[in-house]
Design a protein around this ligand. Structure first.
Ligand SMILES: NC(=O)c1ccc[n+]([C@@H]2O[C@H](COP(=O)([O-])OP(=O)(O)OC[C@H]3O[C@@H](n4cnc5c(N)ncnc54)[C@H](OP(=O)(O)O)[C@@H]3O)[C@@H](O)[C@H]2O)c1
Length: 490
C-alpha cells in the first residue's frame, strides 16, 4: 500500500458555472474524494457562482444529489457528505452583468492571504469578462490562480485573443489551462516508465520504434452537445488538445527535471517539429468522417445530422491522420492518430509499435516473432502492457507465443485510481503547473491544426460517411494499411 495523502492548507475555490454539468459530474465529486481522503481540510471553501437563485442550503442539496448521481455507492458515506457540503456556498451573479459581484467580493476579501482559485466552468465567451471584473474589483492577489477549460479558442487567432485577455489580469504562472487527459494516472506513469527506468530510453527512437498509434474512441454521439460540437468537430475538440498532448509526452526529449517549465519546454519543441499538414498533403495524410445511423451502446442510433437536428453538416465526427516529427529521434516514424464519436468502444490508448527482429534463429514450426508492443491504456482500465514473445510453455517443441506483461500495479497495491480532476484541482491549489498547458503550447498546437482545417474547407469535399458502431470510414484503415501496418486490435 503506497497511497499517501498530503493535506493542503485551507483555500477558497470559486467555481463559475458551479451548477453546470462539468461541476456536478466532475468537479464536485473530485473535490469530495479529496476531502474524504483528508487532503482538503476544514477551513477550505468552495464557492459556486451562477445566475440561478439558490441559497447556500439549496446549493448544498443540489450537490448532495450530484454526489448521489455521479459517485459510486461505495465512495459515499452520509456523515462525510454532510461535512463536505458544509464548505459549499452559492453566489448568484451574472458573469456578463453587474449583479452579484459584491457578495462574492465580500466573501473573499477577508481572506486575501489564502490561496484562491477561480475555476471558469462556463462558456469561453465569458472568460474575458470574468477575468477583467476580477481584476477591477481587486480579487486577484499574488496567491490567486485561474483555471480555464477547453476549448481554448477555435483557431490560433481566437486562442491568442483569449490568452491576451486572460494575460492582462493574470501572469502566466497563475493560469492553469486544464486538459484532463494529463491528470490521468497512466499518463503520469508514462513519464515514470520513460524517465524512471534505463530500459526504455535507449529504445525510444527511430532505430527500434516502427511507429506509434494514438486512439481516442468514444461510443457517444454529439447528443446534447450538438450545438457546440457542430461548430467544433473532432479535429478541434480532440486532436488539437488531448491527442497532441499525448503525442508530445510520448515524443519529447527527457526534460532536465520534473518541473512544469522543463516539461513544457520539451513538449513545445515537439509541437514545433511536427511536419506541416495542409494544402499539398492534407488529402494524403488525413481522413475525416461523419457517422450515419447504426448501432452503438447496445441499441440503434441515428446519424449525426438527424441526431443534432440539422439537414446537413460538414462537421467531422471522426479524424484519422498520419503525423510526422521532423527531428533526429523520430525521423521516418509515423504517428497515426485517430479519434471519433460512435465508434465500437470507449477507449483511449497509446501503442508504441517496435520494429520486427532483424533475423529469426527459430525453426519454421516455432512461428513468427511478433514485433514487441507497449500499450498504454488511458481508459477504461488504465494500465500498461508490454507485449513480448515467450516460448509457449510446456512440451511440444520450440513454439513462440506473444503475451502481454501487465505492468499496471494498481491491483497489486490495492490503490484506487483517482479521477484526473482530483489531481488537477489540487495541483492548482499547490501552484503546480506541470500537468497544465502553457500558452505557447496551446498556440503552437493551433498553428499546426489550422492549416489542416483550411485545406479541408478549401477542398469542399464532405466528410466520408461511416456507420455508427464501426471504426470510422474505410479510408482510415487504408491510411495505415498503405504503409503496410494495421490499427492495433483491429
Ligand atoms: N461538461 C463537461 O464535461 C465539459 C468538459 C470539458 C470542458 N467543458 C467546458 O466547460 C464549460 C462548462 O460546461 P458545462 O457542460 O458545465 O456547461 P453547462 O452545463 O451549460 O453549465 C454552464 C454553467 O455556467 C453558468 N452560467 C452560464 N452563463 C452564466 C453567466 N452569464 N453568469 C454566471 N454563470 C453562468 C450556468 O448556470 P446559470 O445558467 O444558472 O447561470 C451553469 O452553471 C464549457 O466551456 C464547456 O465547453 C465541459
Amino acid at each position: 500500500m503506497t497511497y499517501r495523502v498530503i493535506p493542503v492548507p485551507p483555500f477558497d475555490y470559486v467555481v463559475f458555472g458551479g451548477t453546470g454539468d462539468l461541476a456536478r459530474r466532475k468537479l464536485l465529486p473530485a473535490l469530495y474524494h479529496r476531502f474524504r481522503d483528508g487532503q482538503i481540510v476544514d477551513g477550505s471553501r468552495i464557492i459556486a457562482v451562477s445566475r440561478s437563485k439558490l441559497s447556500d442550503s439549496a446549493y448544498r442539496s443540489m450537490t448532495q444529489k450530484a454526489l448521489g448521481d455521479f459517485l459510486a455507492d461505495g465512495d459515499r458515506d452520509a456523515p462525510t457528505v454532510d461535512r463536505f457540503v458544509r464548505m459549499l456556498f452559492h453566489v448568484q451573479a451574472d458573469a456578463s452583468g453587474d449583479a452579484g459581484w459584491e457578495r462574492l467580493a465580500k466573501l473573499l476579501k477577508s481572506r486575501d492571504d489564502t490561496v484562491r482559485a477561480f475555476y471558469l466552468a462556463v462558456g469561453p465567451a465569458l472568460f474575458g469578462g470574468i477575468c477583467r471584473r476580477l481584476g477591477q474589483i481587486g480579487l486577484v492577489t499574488p496567491l490567486t490562480r485561474v483555471v480555464i477549460e477547453k476549448p481554448f479558442g477555435h483557431d490560433l487567432k481566437s486562442a491568442h485573443a483569449v490568452n491576451e485577455t486572460v494575460g492582462t489580469v493574470f501572469d502566466e504562472e497563475q493560469v492553469f489551462r486544464i486538459d484532463h487527459y494529463l491528470g490521468k494516472e497512466t499518463v503520469q506513469n508514462l513519464m515514470v516508465l520513460r524517465f524512471g527506468n534505463v530500459l526504455y530510453e535507449p529504445l525510444w527512437n527511430s532505430n527500434l520504434i516502427d511507429h506509434v498509434q494514438i486512439t481516442v474512441a468514444e461510443t457517444l454521439g454529439a447528443e446534447s452537445r450538438g450545438a457546440y460540437y457542430d461548430t467544433a468537430g473532432a479535429l478541434r475538440d480532440m486532436v488539437q488538445n488531448h491527442i497532441l498532448q499525448l503525442l508530445c509526452l510520448v515524443a519529447m526529449e527527457p526534460p532536465d527535471s520534473y518541473d512544469a517549465n522543463s516539461i513544457r519546454d520539451e513538449k513545445l519543441k515537439i509541437l514545433k517539429a511536427l511536419r506541416p499538414v495542409g494544402g499539398d498533403n492534407a488529402e494524403a495524410v488525413t481522413v475525416r468522417g461523419q457517422y450515419r445511423a447504426g448501432a452503438a451502446n447496445g441499441g440503434a442510433v441515428p446519424g449525426y445530422c438527424e441526431e443534432i437536428g440539422v439537414a446537413e453538416s460538414a462537421t467531422e465526427t471522426f479524424v484519422a491522420l498520419k503525423a510526422e516529427i521532423s527531428n533526429w529521434r523520430w525521423a521516418n516514424v509515423p504517428f497515426y492518430l485517430r479519434t471519433g464519436k460512435r465508434l465500437p468502444a470507449r477507449m483511449s490508448e497509446i501503442v508504441i509499435a517496435f520494429k520486427p527482429i532483424p533475423h529469426s534463429i527459430f525453426p519454421r514450426g516455432a512461428g513468427i516473432a511478433q514485433p514487441n508492443r507497449l500499450v498504454i491504456r488511458l481508459q477504461p482500465d488504465e494500465g500498461v502492457k508490454q507485449w513480448i514473445m515467450i516460448k509457449d510453455p510446456g512440451p511440444g517443441g520450440m513454439r513462440m507465443t506473444h503475451v502481454p506483461l501487465d505492468m499496471s500495479f494498481a491491483k497489486e497495491f490495492q490503490v484506487r485510481h483517482p479521477d484526473a480532476y482530483e489531481r488537477l484541482l489540487l495541483d492548482v491549489i499547490r501552484g503546480d503547473q506541470t500537468l497544465f498547458m502553457r500558452r505557447d503550447e496551446v498556440e503552437a498546437a493551433w498553428r499546426w491544426v489550422d492549416p489542416i482545417r483550411e485545406a479541408w474547407e478549401l477542398s469542399g469535399a464532405a466528410p466520408k460517411p461511416y456507420i455508427a458502431g464501426s471504426w470510422g470510414p474505410s479510408a482510415a484503415i487504408a491510411l495505415i494499411e498503405r504503409d503496410g501496418r494495421a490499427w492495433h486490435g483491429d
